[in-house]
Design a protein around this ligand. Structure first.
Ligand SMILES: [Zn+2]
Length: 301
């Protein structure tokens, strides 16, 4: 016998199942907003099995959003979730990676004060100009304020630190840290449960950035990529795993360089097979080894 609650669940699920079968290839246009700890939320979207996160920090004077995600539609859906669940206006948008999956949505924040690292701004402008973005899009997406090392907001009873610890996933990554809540948002500096993407990254410097992140004294580390665990303190173990991947890659390449290996020989030797089951390993392992080989031999400008 089907209970009343099971029936209700079915009634709700059927249209979802129907839609997902009908439109499997449509671009993702919305995600879900979930509280991590009081005053801190993550808006997550799942695109072809990969999870992309945007941070949402709530204060008594409004909201700070960290990373606008992949499109105007997703960003508008996130803002609608914020206004219906949190019921506070968005005051700031802080952006870390200039890559489109995290900055295309800036278009939906034309009315919001935007902050990013100076290299983020340069990377974003370069990317938009090369991509032929309209003048209007360029204006809407670029930051109002840039910084070099850090900028601190005192806003609605919270101290919000926006920090740049050096090159990592890009040359302009930002980390947002709220000391009183011991939570750090890492954007694409933190690939959780995935092999990191280093196409424009600096793996050796990335390790130093992770040292600085570790020294912040946070308990919770919000990843840009990957699901947030039920117990948010479990994020620390995943962050250590990322550090281990980068450490193993660096040490392996360093050994090859010491033996006189060329870049191609290092790529052939440093397989990092212990990580081959991770999503994106196949696509990213060689790219990472090449970038880190160049970085270690002083050939990465
Ligand atoms: Zn990226």
């Amino acid at each position: 016998m089907i209970t009343k609650s099971a029936m209700t669940l079915l009634i709700f699920l059927l249209p979802i199942l129907f839609v997902s079968q009908q439109e499997p290839r449509n671009p993702v246009s919305s995600g879900t907003l979930k509280q991590i700890i009081p005053g801190h939320y993550v808006y997550s979207m799942n695109n072809a099995g990969r999870v992309f996160n945007s941070g949402v920090i709530v204060t008594s004077e409004g909201v700070l959003v960290f990373d606008a995600l992949d499109s105007e539609a997703i960003a508008r859906a996130e803002r609608e979730s914020i206004s219906s669940i949190i019921k506070q206006p968005v005051r700031y948008l802080v952006s870390s990676s200039f890559h489109d999956p995290y900055s295309k949505g800036n278009i939906a924040y034309a009315d919001v004060f935007k902050i990013g690292h100076e290299n983020y701004r340069a990377g974003l402008l370069d990317q938009m100009q090369r991509g032929g973005a309209s003048a209007e899009e360029q204006r809407a997406r670029q930051p109002n304020q840039t910084f070099r090392d850090r900028v601190t907001l005192h806003f609605g009873g919270k101290e919000i630190q926006i920090l740049h610890f050096g090159r990592a996933h890009t040359r302009g990554d930002s980390i947002v840290f709220v000391p009183q809540d011991r939570i750090a948002y890492l954007s694409e500096v933190f690939f959780s449960g995935e092999f990191p993407n280093m196409a424009q990254g600096y793996g050796v410097s990335w390790l130093k950035v992770l040292d600085a992140v570790e020294a912040l004294g946070a308990d919770i580390f919000v990843a840009g990529h990957g699901p947030i665990p039920e117990d948010p303190r479990a994020t620390r173990a995943e962050l250590h795993r990322l550090r281990q991947i980068l450490t193993d890659a660096r040490d392996g390449i360093q050994n090859e360089i010491a033996r006189g290996a060329t870049e191609d020989q290092a790529v052939a030797a440093v397989k990092l097979q212990q990580y081959e089951k991770l999503p994106t390993y196949a696509a990213q392992r060689e790219v990472s080894v090449r970038r880190m080989y160049k970085e270690l031999t002083g050939n990465l400008p």
